[in-house]
Design a protein around this ligand. Structure first.
Ligand SMILES: Nc1ncnc2c1ncn2[C@@H]1O[C@H](COP(=O)(O)OP(=O)(O)OP(=O)(O)O)[C@@H](O)[C@H]1O
Length: 276
């Protein structure tokens, strides 16, 4: 995942995306409670226990769920006030369980990422095809561009769906569990790609893997639908919040930091009776 991905403009001053007092319910089940958050250009990882509301928050930020109270702001305008296509040009979305149905080839799937820019009736031109090539190269799926999606493995499909999101060329990328099904080398490649994208895009990803999440610029910790902590990846208070939220299943270890500010990593804490 090493090909260049052109940075985009992220709009005017201030945060690109802002959640203001969000209350979101799914059916009768209140999920997000009075949640406020600012997302700036850079890479933010959203972490928290199962059921904390991470996907619900991401889907609300993408405009796929409507809050019962509160608003999402994209640049200086409420998300709900943006025309749908304008919004789709600005926010690229990778779902937790991506749609892999249908009989499309890899290339056709990635070409769908150009739809918000092209509209329904324009055909992709050479510039769009170049963007599709670049997106496939960035996630290393060019080699199977003529294969059908259902012929691929889970990790291969995930890389194609990520390429489709990249092909939008949106200033905001919302990625729900982008490392799902990826093997360790491709997880590392994805982290490199996200770090590179973070220079010029607002990248927000839900991640369960804490060592990967700690590669982000900032972390947002959710617990039971509330914002529990947020901070930079080397903020000791953030690490303490992580240990607390994950109920002692993690421990904080100091990293070698010769001559500089002490840095920490939070790692799984295996009790002795869980060892092999
Ligand atoms: N369609 C639904 N109807 C009612 N409740 C739902 C629905 N979908 C999810 N929930 C509930 O909403 C809460 C938040 O779900 P969400 O998927 O946002 O959590 P999450 O933090 O992303 O979890 P995970 O880490 O397991 O992916 C959970 O308690 C879940 O059971």
């Amino acid at each position: 995942m090493n090909a260049p991905v052109a940075p985009r403009e992220t709009g005017g001053p201030g945060p690109t995306l802002r959640a203001d007092g969000l209350q979101v319910a799914l059916g009768d089940h209140p999920v997000l409670h009075d949640l406020s958050l600012s997302l700036e250009p850079g890479w933010t990882a959203i972490v928290g226990p199962n059921g904390a509301g991470k996907s619900t928050l991401l889907r609300t930020l993408a405009g796929l769920l409507t809050p019962a109270r509160g608003s999402v702001w994209l640049q200086q305008r409420r998300l709900a006030e943006w025309p749908a296509r304008e919004r789709a040009r600005r926010i690229a979305w990778l779902a937790q369980q991506g749609d892999t149905s249908g009989d499309l080839t890899v290339r056709e799937t990635v070409q769908l990422g150009r739809l918000p820019q092209l509209g329904l009736f324009a055909l992709p031109g050479p510039a769009d095809e170049a963007i599709v090539d670049e997106a496939m190269a960035a996630t290393e799926c060019s080699a199977w561009q003529h294969a059908r999606l259902h012929e691929l493995s889970g990790g291969e499909r995930q890389r194609v769906l990520l390429a489709r999101a990249l092909a939008v060329r949106a200033p905001v990328l919302l990625l729900d569990e982008p490392t799902t099904h990826l093997d360790p080398p491709h997880q590392v490649a994805l982290v490199r790609l996200l770090r590179r994208l973070a220079r010029g895009h607002t990248v927000v990803s839900v991640l369960h893997d804490l060592p990967l999440a700690l590669q982000a610029d900032r972390l947002v910790v959710l617990q039971a639908g509330r914002l529990r902590a947020e901070g930079e990846h080397d903020d000791p208070a953030l690490h303490h919040a992580l240990v607390d939220v994950f109920d002692g299943a993690l421990r904080i270890e100091p990293l070698p930091s010769p001559g500089g500010v002490q840095r920490y990593i939070t790692v799984p804490h295996l009790p002795a009776d869980a060892a092999p």
